[in-house]
Design a protein around this ligand. Structure first.
Ligand code: C2O
Ligand code: CU
Length: 484
């Protein structure tokens, strides 16, 4: 098995810059007709080829050696709730990968976590994911090993699962937020830095929506449109607001909620927010702004074009009520999970690799999908754990059908977007952020905050639980739970 990932981390930008020289094709020469994402129609077996592609970012001097599914960033797949979809991941990279369908309640074998739910998909191999997404909504997909580099280089896509609209919208716009850690010459900066990993993460140097800096996207005028915001960044928490139109929140992490007016919304890594809005008249503009930064920054602009589609006053129609098992809070077992920095930053001595009978070696750190240094812990335990030469034991074990309440207690001065696999949970209370009770798969836990979530552990298997600031995940803030 090739182990290129540490070499890549070590070599940083230099190696990437040299790989650029070999690229002759540029996907950026054609003028952008629209800055919408490319949609890949779902067929009997849709191919998602993970490969390096030159990508021109902003006004950089040269393209960036991005890793993409296909030849443009963040392709959008549209499936229908309850109907089987198939997607074949073809690995044209030099290192192994997999696809995790973030937020989708898939069967365990389709969850895409190397060494936990499947063997990694090696270079030149392929793996077909096949499942019927049970719930409609806005989801995304990404790798789950060496995520810091793979997601950092752009390897992610959007899965829209249709079937939640009671009234059709006039348009549906997907906006993917991602910052890139790139130098002016297009080469990548290191994805993991000790300073970043030990604090809020290493921020990107170039902010984009749909891979473009401040794109302008045409939308129909005087129309009811749905905007699906996806935060695919590894690090950045946005405080997003809309200017130039009234916007209502209609879904959180893809799950319908009774519409309420958007003021601003804290959208952490991996979180999604669906908005309904009425566009202005021809020529009018709607801005998507991040107010979290010291200076508010306009991330994207929607430009209304054409004849006004609707004359009535705007009242966003609610989406269909989601259909999740309701946790029984009276009987639920309570668990507290403390999020903390590890007392001592421990560097793992090189663990001896496993040697297979055919002579191939499996690198232990690679099997844990971790870096050899840990900085963070869930409930006092880091991933992987010192001294263990195998998977650590599950942090929690549930009997199938059991109602569970988990309280995250953040004892650190940093924000942690906590994500559970295989289950959609209800965010029932939080001590610092005000938000309605809602269903989610990722929840922000602010510094010194307590957040309670509840769900029915009804999906059998081994499921990851981790922070979605990828440098935190890759330096210890990850665990797993078991449902049997
Ligand atoms: Cu979006 Cu475990 O991941
Ligand atoms: Cu974190």
């Amino acid at each position: 098995m090739a182990h290129t990932r540490r070499a890549i981390l070590a070599a940083g930008g230099a190696m990437l810059a040299s790989s650029l020289l070999g690229c002759s094709r540029s996907s950026t020469s054609a003028p952008a007709v629209s800055d919408r994402l490319r949609e890949i129609p779902l067929g009997p077996e849709t191919r998602l080829a993970a490969a390096e592609q030159p990508l021109m970012l902003g006004d950089n001097e040269a393209p960036t050696p991005a890793w993409l599914y296909g030849d443009s960033p963040f392709p959008v797949l549209r499936a229908r709730a309850g109907e089987e979809m198939r997607a074949a991941l073809v690995n044209d990279l030099q290192e192994h990968t997999s696809i995790h369908w973030h937020g989708v309640r898939v069967p365990n074998a389709m969850d895409g976590v190397p060494f936990v739910t499947q063997m990694p998909v090696l270079p030149r191999e392929q793996f077909t994911y096949r499942f019927a997404p049970p719930d409609p909504g806005t989801f995304f997909f990404h790798p789950h090993c060496n995520t810091v580099a793979q997601l950092g280089r752009g390897l992610a896509g959007v899965l829209v699962v249709e079937g939640d609209e009671q009234e059709p919208f006039d348009d549906d716009v997907v906006l993917v937020l991602k910052d890139w850690r790139v130098a002016k010459n297009g080469s990548f900066l290191p994805f993991l830095t000790v300073e970043g990993a030990a604090r809020s993460g290493s921020f990107g140097t170039l902010r984009t929506v749909n891979g473009k800096v401040a794109p302008r996207i045409a939308v129909p005028a005087g129309a009811n449109i749905r905007v699906r915001l996806v935060n695919a960044d590894s690090t950045r928490v946005g405080d997003l607001g809309i200017g130039g139109a009234m916007a209502s929140v209609i879904a959180i992490d893809g799950n319908a909620i009774a519409p309420f007016a958007l003021e601003t919304w804290r959208l952490g890594p991996a979180m999604r927010l669906d908005l309904a809005l009425r566009t202005p008249d021809d020529g009018g503009e709607i801005t998507l702004t991040d107010y979290f930064a010291p200076e508010p920054i306009t991330l994207a602009t929607l430009v209304a074009q054409g004849q006004q589609r609707r004359a009535n006053s705007f009242a966003p129609a609610p989406l269909k009520v989601p259909n999740f098992p309701e946790p029984d809070l009276a009987s639920a077992r309570n668990h507290q999970l403390r999020l903390s920095a590890t007392a001592v930053a421990s560097a793992y001595p090189e663990l001896a690799p496993i040697v297979l009978p055919d002579g191939r070696k499996i690198d232990m750190m690679d099997a844990f999908c971790a870096t050899p240094r840990t900085l963070w812990a869930v409930d006092g335990k880091t991933w992987p754990q010192a001294g263990h030469q195998q998977m650590p034991p599950p942090i929690l074990s549930f009997t199938r059908g059991e109602s569970v309440r988990i309280e995250f207690l953040n004892t650190t001065p940093h924000v942690h977007p906590m994500h559970l696999h295989g289950h959609t949970f209800k965010v029932i209370s939080s001590s610092r952020l005000t938000r309605p009770v809602h269903w989610a798969d990722t929840v922000l836990v602010m510094p010194n905050e307590r957040v309670q979530i509840a769900f029915v552990a009804d999906n059998p298997g081994n499921w990851m639980l981790h922070c979605h600031i990828i440098e935190h995940q890759d330096t210890g803030m990850m665990a797993w739970f078991r449902v049997t």
